[in-house]
Design a protein around this ligand. Structure first.
Ligand code: NOJ
Ligand code: CA
Length: 690
């Protein structure tokens, strides 16, 4: 009898506590499901299914606020709305022309039953390849200025997945990727990386997003965020015992809080890609779709392009940014030579670093405020003449603004700097943020800098300038809204191969990047180094891939600007250089043909302005054979294919420059056998026969 009473009491309790059935929303194809509810204390939580198996277990969400009670409990669902959306939009330039944006939405309007009756709305958008959700803070009486000291968004994993991660650094993303079980993530052991000097700050055992995982059941998950606007960047803190991730926003030592906003406002979207194949991660356009449509309208003043530069030679130590060194790189003559080389090879642009005064006083100096003015050239660099010469040869000059992480100086100079560019008809700036942010206590990825990066790009658009930021905030799909945010660094780029003390980027680096960093957006990686060992300049450094892989990267890594960085003399008389001449930087379609994270990936892309296709395939330190089905080619058409493949004994270290070139005719019914050397690759051009 006693048992029965207890049972009855329990049933009554369950009935009261499970407010009502879960609120549910499915992806358009029904494979991904989100269930949302409030527990007995009115705390919101959700879980997520993929084809009836849980991929995210009970995960709570709340906010801690300064001088106000947390927004965490005593909620009721005041109102619910669901809707569906399906559109196809066009990218002004990109990996493809048309993007399908199809999702089901669930909007939950929550209100506190006690306290101040504050309101918060949670919006889920469920796509066929993942989900995004965000918090919306409506305008309301008892919540005006919101000072967030912590956002607590949980992602409870359902197992000890294999994760591909870099540490949750508040200042820099230029880390090597680690591959480990979630239970073995140990980000804080990666502090004091000698290659990052003082520019790295890893306060917690957290990871940066996108962080990608493979489950034991072979499912792929990638966690990131979309539309990071007026908010702090999110790292994910790792609970290695319970396999739980939770948001850890980048903070500020100056303010002591993470985010300050005034209602109404929305947080960025918290996103999870959920796919059955690794290749589908790269196919996904969900991050872009979660951003607002193009606000700039006509952006035809920017054209995707390859570009050379006075750049790699500085990283090799052949010459330098600063004039006092006596080996100044940015001279009028050097620029003219580069323009000639670009014009001869159909390369539309050329970057000049170290052109403006101030480089004697940047890296290593604390007082960098006011050092660069972005308008005064060194005396051996005639900006007028270089621009004029470039125009005559059809080569535009890419401007360089190294802020040396003194963003207040930069903000004061922005209008003058951009006006100078406008005067010279320059439409691309590469900006840089090397060093600790001044004022000290702000971090590259905190709210203050997020606003700086975004506002600089928005202002640039007023001057018809496209931005390629280095040491940037991560990409979160804002290029949809502001297409002039064309590319960025935000990873360990090629430059590390020139000088890192740890041997440079290992062969697995880019096969991981393709499934992690590249999911965020375009990358200015600067592929195409032909002198792989550069012993003349740096006997202890080298690129850790074959030459064929350097070519393949022009297709594998997407960016509407792709550098052709090596010294002109290293491209002279190199048959492989023809691929760089031919390859384009703007695409109609992209097909990810195969791939596994950290192992290999093959991508084919169709030129937006012709019917030609280009293919790139790269592998890690393991040689492999891949069969490539050419059925992406057009029905009935014939193509002249040129393959640039690893030579018979090619090897990233022992024999990196051995390159074999073959030409043959193909149709879509053919299958190609690719043989990739260790650290190798293959690049193919398919020119459609007229
Ligand atoms: C770091 C950038 O990543 C690199 O490309 C540039 O050359 C230097 N900063 C100097 O601005
Ligand atoms: Ca860098």
């Amino acid at each position: 009898m006693k048992f029965n009473i207890t049972l009855a009491a329990l049933l009554l309790f369950l009935n009261l506590s499970a407010q009502k059935n879960d609120y549910k929303v499915n992806s358009p194809d029904g494979n991904i499901k989100v269930s949302f509810n409030l527990n007995a204390s009115g705390e919101p939580y959700c879980f997520i299914y993929h084809k009836d198996s849980k991929v995210i277990d009970t995960s709570y969400m709340s906010f801690d606020l300064k001088d106000a009670p947390s927004l965490s409990k005593d909620f009721k669902v005041a109102d619910v709305q669901s809707s569906s959306f399906n559109e196809t939009w066009e990218m002004p330039w990109g990996e493809q022309l048309k993007v399908v944006n199809n999702y089901n939405e669930l909007e939950l309007n929550l209100q506190e039953t006690s306290n101040f009756k504050r309101k918060i709305t949670i919006v889920y958008r469920v796509f066929n390849d993942g989900i995004g959700f965000r918090y919306e803070f409506p305008k309301q009486e008892n919540l005006h200025e919101v000072v967030i000291t912590d956002e607590n968004t949980e992602f409870a994993l359902t197992g000890d997945h294999t994760a591909f991660w870099i540490p949750g650094d508040w200042d820099i993303y230029e880390h090597l990727y680690n591959t480990s079980k979630v239970s073995k993530i140990n980000a804080t052991t990666l502090r004091d990386n000698p290659n990052l000097g003082k520019h790295s700050y890893i306060p917690e055992n957290a990871v940066v997003t996108p962080v990608t995982m493979k489950t034991d059941n072979g499912l792929y998950l990638s966690f990131h965020e979309a539309a990071l606007i007026d908010y702090a960047g999110m790292t994910l803190k790792v609970d290695t015992i319970n396999f739980k991730l939770s948001s850890e926003l980048v903070g500020s030592d100056i303010t002591g809080y993470k985010v300050k906003r005034v209602t109404p406002f929305n947080t960025p979207w918290r996103t999870i890609l959920i796919t059955e194949k690794a290749t589908e991660l790269i196919d996904s356009k969900m991050i872009l779709n979660l951003n607002e449509p193009n606000k700039l309208e006509d952006v035809s003043w920017f054209k995707p392009t390859k570009y050379t530069g006075i750049w790699w030679e500085m990283h090799l130590g052949k010459n330098s940014w600063d004039m006092a060194s006596g080996i100044h790189g940015a001279t009028t003559q050097n620029a003219k030579d580069k323009i000639d080389f670009s014009a001869k090879n159909g390369i539309g642009a050329m970057l000049v670093e170290g052109w403006n005064t101030g480089w004697e006083h940047w890296i290593g100096f604390e007082d960098r405020e006011g050092v660069f003015d972005f308008v005064t050239p060194y005396s051996d660099y005639d900006l007028d003449e270089v621009v004029r010469y470039g125009k005559r040869k059809g080569v535009s000059i890419v401007m360089h603004h190294e802020t040396s992480a003194a963003p207040r100086t930069y903000e004061k100079q922005l209008d003058t700097a951009y006006a100078l560019m406008k005067k010279y008809d320059m439409h691309v700036v590469k900006s840089g943020y090397v060093g600790k942010i001044i004022p000290k206590g702000e971090y590259h990825h905190g709210q203050w800098m997020v606003n700086h990066y975004n506002n600089a790009a928005i202002k640039a658009a007023d001057y018809q300038i496209a931005v390629n930021a280095h040491e940037p905030i991560k990409a979160t799909g804002l290029r949809r809204t502001y297409p002039n945010i064309i590319s960025r660094e935000g990873l360990r780029g090629q430059e590390f191969n020139a000088w890192a003390s740890d041997g440079g980027n290992p062969p697995e680096h880019l096969p991981i990047v393709a499934f992690t960093r590249m999911l965020a957006g375009p990358i200015d990686f600067t592929p195409g180094i032909f002198d792989i060992k550069f012993d003349k300049y740096k006997p202890n450094n080298q690129v850790n891939t074959t030459l064929a892989q350097q070519l393949a990267l022009y297709v594998v890594i997407y960016s509407p600007i792709q550098m052709v960085p090596d010294l002109a003399e290293n491209y002279e008389n190199q048959p492989g250089f023809q691929f760089i001449r031919d390859v384009v930087t703007d695409w109609k379609k992209t097909e990810v043909l195969n791939g596994e994270i950290g192992d290999f990936v093959t991508i084919a892309r169709e030129d937006r302005n012709s019917d030609n296709w280009f293919l790139g395939s790269i592998t890690d330190e393991n040689a492999r054979d891949l069969d490539i089905d050419l059925n992406f080619l057009e029905e009935g058409a014939k193509y002249s294919a040129t393959i640039y493949e690893d030579g018979k004994n090619a090897h990233w270290d022992k024999n990196p420059t051995s390159l074999n070139i073959r030409k043959f005719e193909v149709t879509k019914n053919d299958t190609l056998k690719l043989k990739l050397a260790a650290g190798g690759g293959a690049a193919i051009s398919f020119m459609k026969n007229k």
